[in-house]
Design a binder for this molecule. Sequence first.
Ligand SMILES: [Zn+2]
Length: 315
Amino acid sequence: MAVGFDIGGTNLRGSVVDIDGTVIDTENLPTPSSLTAMDRAIARIVDKLASRNNIGAVGLAVAGFLDPSCNRVRFAPHLPWRNVEVKTRLEDLLGLPVRLEHDANAAAWGEYRFGAAQGAKIWTLFAIGTGIGGALMINGTIYRGSFGTAPEFGHVTVVPEGRPCPCGKRGCLERYCSGTALATTAKEIIASGEFPVGDSCLATRHAADSDTITGRLVMQCARRGDPVALAVFDSFAGWLGSGLSLVGDVLDPELIVIGGGVAAASDLYYDRAVDAYAAQLTGSGHRPLARIETTRLGGDAGMIGVADLARGLMA
Ligand SMILES: [Zn+2]
């Protein structure tokens, strides 16, 4: 068996994954903020899982920049690793082979092996959560670019001088098409005064405390037919269509899989996003369209994928 770790900003989750990609045991801890506490937490989870299962390798899906050999974490905004050789460090600590992978690449591997992308030759993952995570696979290989950072779909400028992005630029796609963007767009629509406050529970909540407006709340309100929330998803679907057409124009994949936390609400935007994608794709109407599917492994894709990659080290 291999253990796959999903390392979020708040929660550290390790799961034992079997050869068919099924999660069979899980342990959680809060994500530590220091280097040594991170070592201890990972070792503790592996020890606990190893007391109940036969563990041969460990994989970690990391939200951050890795070197192309996947040994060193150069920078991970929500984690304590800054230019640290995490693979070597953890192999010494755990006495097991360790596989690091960028979280979007790990999720893509999971979908390719066990999920929506089985059998696909040239395909991309478009993972929409706090931001946008991207991955590209060609003939069963993860494409990472020359320096390990490809592909960054989320930070392509779509609105010159648009919304500020934590990356330092303005108008990046993920500022308009992400879980975070749902809240930003909701606040903009409410501020425009287009919808009377009394007609929208989202606007009422915003008037009481604007900090309570989150992507998750916008999703919940859209399901109840809230007019502001539905207008937010109109905007979101249009931007997602633009993003998908951009991916289609540059890479011409056969399949784009929509993943990440916002994929769970795909019924709220899928049809309109695919229509917008088809309308904006260069040469639309005169070329085959890529299939647009949603994740089959959901939030477990990265963990399942990186456990499977780690299993490859056990031979
Ligand atoms: Zn950006």
